[in-house]
Design a protein around this ligand. Structure first.
Ligand SMILES: [Zn+2]
Length: 204
């Protein structure tokens, strides 16, 4: 019996050594897997942000409603996150005083007072009308890590913000013209969500 245990023990040791050897061979792969696991963990954190981005925006419309409301180009950029070609939009070289509103919901986003010449071919601003006007989230598409800028009222994709802008903020909000609508002054949009309540109040 004791011999058997000894034999079994040596067999076990051999097995352990074998597994260890296999493990040594697999180290390279294991390291790779760890990196992948770390990246997946980072991605999971990112998706947490994404879920936050999918909060209940005050303005909610179905995909069909957005398609009916917007031109094809406006829809592609604001609802699918596209980018207009540089130097093709209507606002990169626009120098009028006024306020640039969200083309989807009318949210006042950027003032001409914060607009500057970036040379990029996209309208550029060093700050929004107010920090609550926009929503920012990490964008890891196209092999880059960028900060996406969205309308905080309807979730429209507007563009990206970079840290190479001028004073006083050092920020460069690089925005698609097609996501914007110029108005000579700041016009607060009527709140769609309050409309039914207002109608009720009118009836009373
Ligand atoms: Zn909007």
């Amino acid at each position: 019996m004791r011999d058997y245990i000894s034999w079994a023990g040596s067999g076990l040791r051999a097995a352990v050594i074998g597994v260890a050897a296999l493990a040594m061979l697999a180290v390279g792969c294991a390291v790779t897997q760890n990196v992948v696991a770390a990246e997946e963990a980072a991605a999971a954190e990112e998706s947490g942000e994404t879920q936050m981005a999918e909060k209940q925006y005050p303005v909610q419309k179905t995909d069909e409603e957005w398609r009916a409301l917007l031109t094809e180009e406006q829809y592609k950029v604001t609802r699918i996150g596209g980018t207009e070609c540089a130097f093709t939009g209507q606002f990169w070289n626009d120098h009028r005083d006024g306020v640039y509103h969200c083309v989807c919901c009318g949210n006042p986003l950027f003032s001409s007072a914060a607009k500057f010449e970036s040379g990029t071919g996209w309208p550029s601003y060093f700050q929004p009308v107010g920090p609550e006007r926009i929503y920012e989230k990490t964008d890891r598409s196209h092999g880059m890590v960028r900060t996406e800028v969205l309308c905080n009222r309807c979730g429209a994709h507007l563009g990206h913000v970079f840290r190479d802008g001028p004073e006083p903020t050092g920020l460069r909000f690089c925005i698609n013209s097609v996501a914007l609508e110029w108005k000579p002054q700041l016009v607060e949009p009527t709140d769609d969500t309050a409309a039914p309540a207002a109608a009720d109040a009118a009836q009373e």
